[in-house]
Structures are given as C-alpha cells and as structure tokens.
Design a binder for this molecule. Sequence first.
Ligand code: PEP
Ligand code: MN
Length: 338
Amino acid sequence: MIVVMRQGCTDAEIEGVQNAIESKPGITAPIWRGEERSVIGVLGSIYPELQMELEQLPGVVEVLRVSKPYKLAGRDFRPEDTHITVGDVTIGGDEMVVMSGPCSVEGEEMLLDTARMAKKAGARILRGGAFKPRSSPYSFRGMGVDGLKLLAKAREETGLPVVTEVMTAEDVGVVAEYADILQVGARNMQNFILLDEVGKINKPVLLKRGFSNTYEELLLSAEYIMAGGNFDVILCERGIRTFENYTRNTLDISAIPVVKKLSHLPIIADPSHATGKRDKVAPMARASIAAGADGLLVEVHKNPEQALSDGAQSLYPEQFEKLMQELDIIARAVGKTW
Ligand code: PEP
Ligand code: MN
C-alpha cells in the first residue's frame, strides 16, 4: 500500500503519517519526497482497516493498494523517473552515462592509462573489478583491496567516479570506503544477505540482472535494497542464458523498455558481458541506447591480448573512441545528451 500526500504538505504531516504506520507491529514506512508529491510506503503485514485509518490523517490525499509484489521499485510508488547523482554525473535523466574501463584492475599504469583514455573519449564513470567472480577458481580473481586503492587513485587523477563489484556482505564496508557506486554482479542478484547489506549504505548500487532471472525478480532484488532505505539503485541488463551459444549471453533488449515502464529506476545495458565478443559490442551498445537505456557498461583495455580477464570482449581504445562518436548521434536522436 502507498500513501500519497498532498502537494505542499508539511514535514510534520509526513512524519505524523509515518509514525502512525510504524506504530503498528511489523510495518515499516519509508518516505519518498518527490518533486511534485511525497509518497509513503506501507510495507509489511497490512490489515484491511489500515487503509481507512490512514485516509483520515492530515495531509493524506489517497491511500492506494499496490498489486505488484515490488512496491518501492514500481511506478505506482513514483511515477517520475528517478535521477541518481554521483559527483557531477546524473544517471536516469537526459544524459547518456557510459561507464567504462577494464574488466579487472590489473595494475596502476594500465588502469590510469585506460581511465585517461576513457575520460577523453567521453566516459563519465570508471569501471574496474577488484573482487572478481570467476567460473574457475584457477582464474585471476582480482587484486582485492589493492585494486580498490588503485581505483581511488585513478579517480583522484581523472575526476571520474568509480564503480566496482562487491561480492560478499562482509566486504560492503571496505568497498564503500573506496567506490562511488557498488556493483552487485549477475551471480549475486539474488544473494539476499548482500542485498540487505547494500540497502544500508548511502551510495548508489548498480544491480545486474542474473542470467536466468525475470524482470520481476530483478525488480524484487531492487526492492530488497530499497526496503533497507537505499533508494539509489541502477539496474543493468547484461544478457541472459538462452539456447544460443554463439555469443556469451543473449542481450535482452526488450528488458530496457519493459523495465522502464514497470519501474522508475534507471536502467543501463552491458553489451560486453552480453556478447563476449569484441566485434559485437558496438552494435549492441548502439541498439541499447536506441531502445532507451540510460547508459552503458563497456569494457575497454589498452592491450586486450594481455588482459587477465575478459580480453575477448574488451574494446581496443580506438574502437571505444569510435563507438562514443556513433553513440553521440543515436543519443541525440532519442533525446539524450552527453
Ligand atoms: C562484471 O561486470 O565485471 C561482471 C562480472 O559482470 P556480470 O556480473 O554481469 O557477469
Ligand atoms: Mn568482465
């Protein structure tokens, strides 16, 4: 259920409603202060008379039942698009935000060179994995905290905010110390303990769709984070598993318009992990922006042949520069700038 407050209602009225809801056992009431109206969620074991009780309170316009299982992530709760600001970058608004960098942080020189190149080409956020989920335990699993330190150094030098993956609930604190955006990877989309933990921090979370998960499951995972109080969730379509194995995954471009209709949260696409093949990254990146994605996650490497992970899908710097020029035209055509 959600409580819609009158435009221009007072803080005391909002708090009055929140206190009335939270005085009931097992119910929480997160507040969303929108530009046009404020909305209060009613989450938990709701009883039939509660709706009428809340309708009587000062400042309340209406109390609506939300039929979808995700309450905070859905458009019922917030009809306008959510804008998430990190430094001078806003995700979910008019800007096309490209997050780019190597799959893994491998060393200082390589990371700094890539970060400078990505920035020059128009990337707004630097990506790089320090904790890497790998299918084989013998593969390179990331530099850990040393990798986080290098990302912070690259941010200092370039001014680009940093996104990096957190794999366990225990690591959320240390990753949040260094990163501007915390990534929850596809394999962890339904690691509910991790989702609870990133729900408690005050930094945005990039939530990647699991390769066998539905749109509803993706939005319910976002709901976990939001129910913890962190409303800054960026969704990411990164390809799903299908019978086709020519590409690493199948980029589900439909996810972009469907999820945009169901949810107010920003959604970006990751054509790198979706295709696994360098020469397929640019066409899928272009298609994603044309379909309405708020941005992209693109792997790029100074020397992909030497990459310690995902070299086959990493763009050469000159391919990335060319892609950014192409995206400029497509972004403008669909009303985005960068
Ligand atoms: C990544 O972005 O580095 C990654 C491992 O992606 P995914 O979780 O989508 O496989
Ligand atoms: Mn990768």
